[in-house]
Design a binder for this molecule. Sequence first.
Ligand SMILES: *Cc1c(COP(=O)(O)O)cnc(C)c1O
Length: 405
Amino acid sequence: MTDVSPKIEACSPHVMNTYGRLPIALSHGQGCRVWDVNGTCYLDALGGIAVNTLGHNHPKLVPALQDQISKIIHSCNYYHIPNQEVLAKKLVELSGMTNVFFCSTGLEANEAALKLARKFGHDKGIDRPEIVVYEKAFHGRSIATLSATGNPKIQAGFGPLVEGFIRVPINNIDSLKQATEGNPNVVAVFFEAIQGEGGVNPMHLDYLRELRVLCNERDWLMMVDEVQCGMGRTGKWFAHQWAGIVPDVMPLAKGLGSGVPVGAVVAGPKAAHIFQPGNHGTTFGGNPLAMRAGVETIRIMEEDGLLENAARVGTHLSQGLAQALTAELASSAVREIRGLGLMIGIDLAKPCGALVQQCADNGLLISVTADTVIRLVPPLIMTETEADEVISILCPLIRQLLQAP
Ligand SMILES: *Cc1c(COP(=O)(O)O)cnc(C)c1O
């Protein structure tokens, strides 16, 4: 097999300048390890931003995808695609919801959720539906999803924003009640069960339960963006399941296809029949390759016990980090280690973007989000030994950064 990709250049003259990139080009991987084009090996604690559920070159996933590619990659939604039904049935079982729409990315799944909420309102005579969203939320980069996002940096330069959002702080039911009091136009509450880009901020389980009750009382759709925290990452299939609740709408993407782009909106009875033929669609969504990737990802996760692994290795990693950083936690130089399973945020008392390159120089891939939060979202196949390795590379670099003037 010949790889025709050229060597990387210091700056890319033709690709749009939308990311501050590290000077690294990954060439291949195996499990939780990846190698760059120069042959340097890295331990992958980022998983392509919570995407590579099964790590790299998984021995069960790769042959299944090769088989699918050799049969048919894309047909189109004018025809039945049998694995759509298989994957939908599986997602319905795992979520306790009823119907699924397939797309290709997280923002598309969220865009569909927002359309569902608006039509839910219109169908009951609300002409100007409004949706509750949260501070520090991240829902994507399309005009509607960046409007729902709670980050002024992401919105700057793209006004006018889409209207019809009411913004509240997380974990405060009184603020939510106040902000919506006497407003007959509210149709939905839209949130991440654990905010990802906003700094790994979990919604409290009590808050989620109170929210479920409120949504029932007021006939609002409860819409949980599980694009990042879903698909087994926290040790349950979906992070909201820790609260024992079932939402009405649940966008998914990232980890669902283990690297192949797959998005989905799962809906419960209140939202499952809002879209009628002609209301929504996509060319790529639900294509045979994507569906095979989704079906096989879930099958392999079940076979290999990856929910249990995410919970166990996640606990091991969090506890190990807390132990290695005991002094820094005591002095509040490390403000908090939070998250659930293999979605972990280490919140420092100072900006830590520089750690991304420093970790890479020491053979570890991580990310930093919300300026001060180290985010670990590794493949769900990570072992305790690999978790120990993350700790032994990362913690000395954290200490060094904290001690620097
Ligand atoms: C990444 C992410 C999105 C956007 O997904 P894309 O596939 O990049 O469009 C939306 N919501 C959450 C919670 C995310 O983490």
